[in-house]
Design a protein around this ligand. Structure first.
Ligand SMILES: C[S@@+](CC[C@H](N)C(=O)[O-])C[C@H]1O[C@@H](n2cnc3c(N)ncnc32)[C@H](O)[C@@H]1O
Length: 238
């Protein structure tokens, strides 16, 4: 059993019946299979004041499964932070795989970068410090990118999730997968608005709207999964 799991992985985001059940899943099925470099990155991130932003290891485990299932080689990551989801992607894709990783702020990425380098996968990563939307638009303009990506992970500003989705529906190949993080927004999407803390209300509203749009989008097959803070898996159908 891993020491101090609550401290290092953070508390669950409240979606499961109990904290104990969440810890049970982590300790039984997630941490024993978590690669050493990912563990190290999680520990390095734990002291960051915004450590809660990192992708949950249980959601990460599902991402690895999806990356393998679609044989992902060319991927996009929107929202890097210290790089937990980025490193797990880099460890999973093949030697000649590539990740376009976008974040408005390079600073947290610098915290994780030494671990990424030690893991020997930094060459697979093209980190771009920028707002994500113009980068995705530029990718679409560059010859050969449309319909060429196998996988995308979006974990950034909620206000743009639908904008990212519209771009990704062109960048992903048919059969490619996009995963959106935080789509249950701490469980608040199903709470009466009066009970939702003020600080969560804007994100809750955006998430509710996104979830309706994704559910109605015939271009994708979806699965809304209560892992981490909720992830929605979208597979491009046409
Ligand atoms: C929740 S964190 C990402 C966590 C990351 N997936 C991980 O596993 O650690 C969100 C990140 O999105 C970035 N971000 C926010 N708005 C953005 C934007 N408009 N374009 C690009 N990145 C953005 C933030 O700087 C932050 O690092």
């Amino acid at each position: 059993m891993e020491q101090n799991t609550k401290m290092v992985s953070g508390p669950s985001k409240g979606l499961l019946q109990s904290e104990d059940l969440y810890q049970y899943i982590q300790e039984t099925s997630v941490f024993p299979r978590e690669p050493e470099f990912l563990k190290e990155l999680r520990h390095v991130t734990a002291s960051h004041p915004r450590a809660m932003m990192a992708t949950s290891p249980d959601a990460g485990q599902m991402m690895v499964m999806l990356l393998n299932l679609v044989n992902a080689k060319k991927t996009i990551e929107v929202g890097v932070f210290t790089g937990y989801s980025l490193l797990l992607t880099a460890l999973t894709i093949p030697e000649d795989g590539k990740i376009i990783a976008i974040d408005v702020n390079r600073e947290p990425f610098e915290i994780g970068l030494p671990v990424i380098k030690k893991a020997g996968v930094a060459d697979k990563i093209d980190f771009i410090e920028s707002e994500a939307l113009p980068v995705l638009d530029q990718l679409l303009q560059n010859h050969g990118n449309e319909g060429s990506f196998d996988f995308a992970f979006v974990d950034a500003d909620k206000v743009n999730y639908w904008n990212y989705h519209e771009r990704l529906m062109k960048l992903l190949k048919v059969g490619g997968v996009a995963v959106y993080d935080n789509t249950l927004w701490g469980g608040s999407v199903a709470m009466p608005e009066a009970l939702v803390p003020e600080s969560m209300k804007p994100g809750r509203q955006l998430t509710i709207e996104l979830n309706k749009l994704l559910a109605a989008d015939q271009r994708v097959q979806i699965s809304h999964v209560s892992l981490g803070d909720g992830i929605t898996i979208c597979r491009r159908l046409y």
